[in-house]
Design a protein around this ligand. Structure first.
Ligand SMILES: Nc1ncnc2c1ncn2[C@@H]1O[C@H](COP(=O)(O)OP(=O)(O)OP(=O)(O)O)[C@@H](O)[C@H]1O
Ligand SMILES: [Mg+2]
Length: 342
């Protein structure tokens, strides 16, 4: 039944406290996080989490501080054991792996990238990148070749023998990324990896990751508390509140069809023009002699093109086939207001 190619998080509950099992009963009977804490001194960190991440997809989990993000991601490689529920990866029940299987799973099938980089201070850049490969007991030649390859791919050629403290934050996280990718694990777990970086460097690192992912197609779980970042990089964004997933959808679904007021409030100040793509507001009519724009470009880019061409309309193409049209007016509406579109 669980044989589809995916990571499946199923009915996960996590309660911190002395008697989590007893508290679980109260939770399934409907007690909320606040009452459980005040009256029973237990913390409901995750409340019946269900999440399915297809192989090769980029899943973002977004939420405020304390919403359960770190607790959730640390369940995937069982740094935290669930109070109840299961996690499957392909055909494996991760929650049932024995010690030896779990060690293998952590070393070969998952990699982590941390907010504080977590580099080894007394090891060089190259030694840090090769760390996971050493743990995997790879032979010297593979270890060296792969480490140098990843040093190059994250743009750190020449820094082989530098130490972490001699690097900027952005460069340190490039090392963190290279270390995680060098082991060729299938699942990449990233807990706020860019939150410690300046805005411009942060965007630069998002681009590095997006470009790598376009080629590598890892299964990624990426934690952030920044909605702009979430919508910019995720195939899907799950919004976590008080240990519950309020909504999980594509960036466009989150913006265009927020599940409730909480999500609406979050998305209010988002730059829609930079996130929504033309495909979301397309109309059926095909126009004669109109310019063509691709359905995957952002509203902002489309508006620019239409203006530059001195036009007010454009046909929309999908893989060079015309599938409909948009007008300058609908684009502006979609950017500036919360009006329902498609
Ligand atoms: N070891 C622990 N013991 C008790 N409570 C814990 C423990 N770890 C986490 N919690 C609680 O579980 C809830 C979720 O914490 P978690 O660290 O997952 O949040 P987060 O979303 O990652 O927050 P942040 O954005 O601040 O990193 C919080 O209420 C926290 O106090
Ligand atoms: Mg956290």
């Amino acid at each position: 039944m669980e044989s589809e190619s995916k990571l499946l998080i199923k009915n996960i509950y996590k309660i911190f406290g002395d008697r989590p099992e007893a508290a679980l009963k109260l939770v399934t009977d409907g007690i909320n996080k606040q009452t459980l804490l005040e009256q029973h001194n237990h913390v409901l960190a995750l409340n019946n989490i269900n999440l399915e991440v297809s192989t090769g997809k980029f899943q973002v989990v977004m939420g405020l501080s304390g919403s359960g993000k770190s607790t959730l991601i640390r369940h995937v490689n069982r740094l935290i054991e669930p109070t109840a529920g299961s996690i499957f990866f392909h055909d494996d029940d991760v929650t049932n792996l024995d010690e030896k299987q779990l060690r293998y799973f952590r070393r070969f099938r998952t990699s982590m990238v941390f907010q504080n980089f977590a580099l080894l201070p007394h090891r060089t850049v190259l030694e840090n990148i090769s760390y996971g490969l050493v743990i995997q007991k790879q032979v010297k030649k593979i270890l060296m070749d792969r480490s140098l390859e990843w040093l190059n791919r994250v743009g750190l050629d020449g820094y082989n023998d530098y130490y972490p403290t001699q690097l900027s934050g952005g460069m340190q996280q490039r090392v963190g990324l290279a270390r995680a990718l060098a082991t060729d694990a299938e699942i990449l777990l990233m807990d706020e990896p860019f939150s410690a970086l300046d805005p411009l460097i942060r965007e630069e690192m998002q681009d590095v990751l997006i470009n790598l992912q376009n080629e590598l197609k890892k299964t990624i779980i990426f934690i952030t508390h920044d909605l702009d970042e979430a919508l910019r990089i995720g195939d899907k964004v799950a919004i976590l509140k008080d240990g519950e997933i309020i909504q999980n959808g594509s960036p466009e679904e989150i913006i265009l069809n927020p599940a409730n007021e909480y999500v609406t409030d979050f998305t209010k100040n988002i730059n829609r023009g930079r996130i929504l793509t033309i495909g979301a507001i397309i109309e059926d009519a095909v126009l004669e002699n109109a310019i063509k724009i691709d359905k995957k470009i952002t509203l902002e880019a489309a508006l620019r093109t239409i203006n530059e061409e001195g036009s007010q309309f454009a046909n929309v193409v999908d893989n060079s086939r015309v599938i409909g049209s948009v007008s300058q007016k609908t684009i502006i509406n979609a950017i500036t207001s919360g009006t329902e579109v498609n």
